[in-house]
Design a protein around this ligand. Structure first.
Ligand SMILES: Cc1cc2nc3c(=O)[nH]c(=O)nc-3n(C[C@H](O)[C@H](O)[C@H](O)COP(=O)(O)O)c2cc1C
Length: 186
């Protein structure tokens, strides 16, 4: 089973769901996880309740959405890999600093405790400013892999990086073999 954790990069949820549907169509058994913000925040990109409904329909099970439910992922429920797709700058910074105060950061901490692969699909406007050091920190962490990232709008958002979601699958395959797929900046 693979964990598919979603954070509050609401503008990339549609692209993430497309990849999730592809994984399910190819026979992967997926456990959905959402951050508390994702579980409760309505934005111009969609309603929280609709996203939760889509996740349970696509995956055939309810999304984990709190720290208590995420804690067994590692010691009790062994995931083959955990994807954070999308991962916000907020969650990235917390993981880099060892902060565990959401369902997603709890899932990541519990999962990494057993040295299992964690795949991060980052989408953040401050990836090349406030969060650049955190990318570096996590690159050096055992069992952590990044979906290759692109500058989505170098003129208007010069510090922004977004994962190329179409490369999620080869990144997972590489991570399962202990390898980072390609260079992380494309
Ligand atoms: C409409 C909207 C879009 C957002 N898009 C992003 C984004 O693409 N990347 C990001 O890092 N944060 C984004 N944020 C900010 C995060 O949602 C915010 O940092 C939140 O605390 C993240 O919580 P989480 O990481 O626990 O999901 C957005 C917020 C809103 C309201």
């Amino acid at each position: 089973m693979i964990g598919f954790a979603m954070c509050g990069s609401y503008c990339t949820h549609a692209a993430a769901l497309t990849e999730l549907k592809g994984l399910v169509a190819d026979g992967y058994d997926i456990l959905p996880i959402v951050s508390e913000n994702v579980a409760t925040t309505d934005t111009r990109f969609g309603r929280a309740s609709e996203l939760l409904q889509s996740l349970s329909q696509i995956c055939g099970r309810e999304a984990i959405r709190d720290i208590v439910s995420a804690e067994p992922l590692g010691p009790k429920i062994e995931l083959d890999s955990l994807l954070i797709c999308p991962c916000t700058g907020n969650t990235l910074a917390k993981m880099a600093s060892g902060i565990t105060d959401t369902a997603v950061t709890m899932a990541a901490k519990a999962h990494l405790r057993s040295d299992r692969p964690l795949v991060i699909a980052l989408a953040s406007n401050d990836a090349m400013s406030a969060n650049l050091g955190n990318i570096g920190k996590l690159l050096n962490r055992k069992c952590v892999y990044f979906v290759p990232m692109v500058q989505d709008d170098p003129k208007k958002k010069p510090h922004s990086l977004v994962a190329d979601f179409s490369l999620l699958r080869p990144t997972i395959d590489g991570a399962m073999q202990g390898k980072q797929y390609r260079k992380i900046f494309t």
